[in-house]
Design a protein around this ligand. Structure first.
Ligand code: ZN
Length: 157
């Protein structure tokens, strides 16, 4: 029995390593070294996008922006969210019920010890936030909880 458990543990450990490497090796259309990203981004943007950080709730000025326009990736300028899909979740983070099709990817992270679905920019791999299934029921039911520091707002002309 002990042997089986040990075997299982090593399989799980190997599984985790394999996954981590896979993620690290994924090549995005826009890729830069950490040093290059550090130069291109503010320290807050670097912390969110490249170190999967989370900003303090209610800290982003974009939280209250509901003007017509699009929210682009602060790392690579890819259009990620439309203002039409933004809603006030009351959480203190910009929230959307859906992303621009194909421009945001899902990944699973275990940073808090349980599985959460992480959202990353499909163009540069930058961390954006997480998706939860407690969004508006009348639309998609999904809540994309996004760090404002990962976004740039481009008003519609
Ligand atoms: Zn990006």
């Amino acid at each position: 029995m002990k042997r089986i458990i040990l075997l299982l543990i090593s399989v799980i450990a190997l599984g985790c390593t394999g996954k981590a490497q896979e993620t690290n090796n994924k090549v995005y259309p826009i890729s830069k070294t950490n040093a290059e990203w550090k130069k291109a981004l503010t320290s807050k943007q670097f912390y969110i996008l490249r170190q999967a950080g989370t900003e303090r709730p209610f800290s982003s000025p974009l939280n209250k922006v509901y003007a017509e326009g699009a929210f682009h990736c602060a790392g690579c300028n890819s259009a990620l969210y439309e203002s039409d899909h933004k809603f006030d979740s009351g959480t203190g983070w910009p929230s959307f019920d859906r992303a621009v099709e194909g421009n945001v990817e899902k990944d699973v992270d275990y940073n808090l010890g349980y599985a959460r679905t992480e959202l990353v920019c499909a163009t540069c791999g930058g961390h954006l936030g997480h998706v939860f299934n407690d969004g508006p029921r009348e639309t998609t039911g999904m809540r994309h909880c996004i760090n404002g520091d990962a976004l740039i707002f481009i008003p519609k002309k």
